[in-house]
Design a protein around this ligand. Sequence first.
Ligand code: BGP
Length: 469
Amino acid sequence: MKFPHDFLFGAASASYQVEGAWNEDGKGISNWDVFSKIPGKTYKNTNGDISVDHYHRYKEDIKLMSEIGLESYRFSISWPRIIPDGDGQVNEKGLDFYNNLIDECLKYGIVPFVTLYHWDLPQTLEECGGWTNKRTVDAFVKYANVCFNAFGDRVKHWITFNETIVFTSLGYLAGAHPPGIKNDIKKYFQATHNVFTAHARAVKDYKALRQFGEIGITHVFSPAFSADEKEENKLAAYHANQYSLAWYYDPVLKGEYPDYVVKQLEEKGWTPDWTEEELSIIKTSAASNDFIGLNYYQPQRVIKNNNSDEVIERTRENSTGAPGNASFDGVYRTVKMEDKVYTKWGWEISPEAFFEGLKMLKAHYGDIKIYITENGLGDEDPIIEGEIVDVPRIKYIETHLKAVKNAIAEGINIKGYYAWSAIDLLSWLNGYKKQYGFIYVDHNNNLNRKIKLSGYWYKKIIKERGENL
Ligand code: BGP
């Protein structure tokens, strides 16, 4: 079987992780510009001031992407580049940059797939309470409209938010992302609700513009499985799926929050401050949401947490995805398992769980349209005689693409696959050490670029439309 002719083979990036030029051409300061400069917050205090300088080298980068044969490039727009103070004047030079980037993609027939929010919030909004303040919701809707109007003639695929669970939980529970707040459960849920409201309003506005493109949201896809057959662990996995999956997917796909969570939030006093109007906009916009983007790296293996009084001290190291933590409410715990395989950073590698999770999603939400908006291997790539021989990455992407192919054969409506990442870039908390790209960037030599073995391998897969996978 070949992948369907309208299936997009792509790769992804995010503004803060690639662009650099943090204070050029009128760009405002973002929360990450500030947060990454607090000593000890990131690996070796790395930050995105220069990153891989995509802002200045985008032409070279898009050309390399076209050499790989990418059909689509998923990138994000930096909000503070467009509206430096969050909700004030538009910065024309910011618009110019993305107009040029989009045009450069189109010149090579690469479909631009645009994320509006991949975590770099204008600092002025962060200082007013960030996503816990409804002013940020209004500001986002305004910013989204500016982007639809400026780029919507050429951009027909929009993602409102990237991974709400990550920026809200690391921002308000683990304190590992901006604004660096720890264990404030009430704020965490408020932030999530405000994001869903912002998403719903942006979807409505986009549809009203009649630009005839599609719009959706990207979520972490980390389905929870019980570590064994014990009833208490199965219940713990159910709980994990309610809080980390249903809470995020239901409002977007069904237009309402899951009862199981809503009831518990009421009991515990964690219910967000929400209005009838917001709930109704979430309800009515769900039907207009075109797709769901899934970022899949690993599943969660779950057991019941038996020492729920334990204080969970989250550090940078244990908050970036490796199993071993208790949930914020103390109900369950993710575990590392003897019989599973893990990356150097402790993330499980499981194309099987990916496939199982996709079937679970279909069983629960029916025939939704899906893009895999991120999937990839963080590794330290060997260089042999000048070539970047990232064989483990090829293996990783190959097995996960096979899972996608099998899922399509099962009738799951997957319309594209974006490897993370198009090019080596700044990992939020792991610096440049953890590489993901098809294109290598030499930090010791002028940020020179070179296509890796995985890039050439992907080129072949795209050319054959995955027939030999
Ligand atoms: C996702 C983010 C990406 C990227 C990726 C890899 O959560 O959407 O921006 O960072 O994870 O994460 P890391 O760099 O921590 O390995």
